[in-house]
Design a protein around this ligand. Structure first.
Ligand code: ADP
Ligand code: ADP
Length: 229
């Protein structure tokens, strides 16, 4: 049974006279442990879907099941528990606290988790064992994003959701950051969904979901994940 099951998802944003259909009937199954990429033009609904999977937003209609939980119930407290217990997020911007070291940024999250990794282990997993006591300003963009990934996975979430994690990085650094996300997926078995525009990165996924105009246009399965070169 898939870990996520989305059926007939729609999302409508209304702002005065303006009405935007961000999702127009999305059906998608995501399997536990899978590495999925969402690809498609800007405005095609990728972030809207990711936010619904992460309990940051609810659809206008349709259903999303995560395990035995219904993610369409508009209950802020339950959604907050869901996000805390099950989901790690990585965004384009790293949102690290500038006055804290890499280790302290990760430790902030592990303090409230049930069975967290040690901050040192999470940072080693993303290849930053040598940057534990560095501050964000002392690290490159790629390193800061890797700290953000360590922070997201240190609580051992079932699900890792990444919205354009390489959007602020050059192509080479972006591929390195995605290699780190792929390693987390492999070694921890975290179900991983990544929004990207980068074709190399799409080749690293198990499946690529092509979005167009609020719908799934097609799904492509990579027989063998391409290693980044
Ligand atoms: P993508 O991630 O593929 O770029 P989004 O899911 O961000 O697409 O956006 C899909 C559509 O929904 C776009 O037309 C966008 O402008 C609109 N949209 C997204 N979020 C909001 C919002 N909070 N309020 C109004 N419109 C929104
Ligand atoms: P565990 O996986 O540790 O058994 P649960 O799956 O029961 O934990 O969920 C942990 C917490 O998250 C619980 O408080 C649960 O109610 C909440 N939760 C999980 N998924 C959802 C959801 N889709 N909607 C609302 N709350 C949720």
């Amino acid at each position: 049974r898939p870990i996520f099951e989305a059926r007939g998802l729609t999302k409508v944003y209304e702002m005065g006279e303006v009405r935007v259909e961000a999702l127009r009937g999305v059906d998608l199954d995501i399997h536990a442990g899978e590495f999925l990429v969402l690809l498609g033009p800007s405005g095609s609904g990728k972030s809207t879907l990711l936010n619904i999977l992460g309990g940051l937003d609810v659809p206008t209609s349709g259903t999303v099941r995560y395990g035995d939980h219904d993610l369409t119930v508009d209950d802020d407290a339950a959604m907050t528990r869901y996000r805390r217990a099950h989901v790690g997020f990585v965004f384009q911007f790293y949102n690290l606290i500038p006055s804290l070291t890499a280790r302290e940024n990760v430790a902030l999250v592990t303090e409230i988790a049930d069975d967290p990794m040690r901050p040192e282990d999470a940072l080693a997993l993303v290849g930053l064992a040598h940057r534990l006591d560095h501050f964000p300003s002392q690290m490159s963009g790629g390193e800061q994003q890797r700290v953000a990934i360590a922070r997201a996975v240190a609580k051992r979430p079932q699900v890792l959701l990444c919205d354009e994690p390489t959007g602020a990085l050059d192509v080479h650094t972006g591929v390195m950051v995605l290699e780190v996300i792929a390693r987390v997926n492999r070694e921890l078995g975290t179900t991983t969904v990544v929004i990207t525009h980068n074709a190399v990165i799409a080749g690293m996924a198990d499946r690529v979901v092509h979005f167009g105009d609020g719908q799934v246009a097609r799904i492509e399965r990579n027989a063998v994940r391409q290693p980044a070169s």
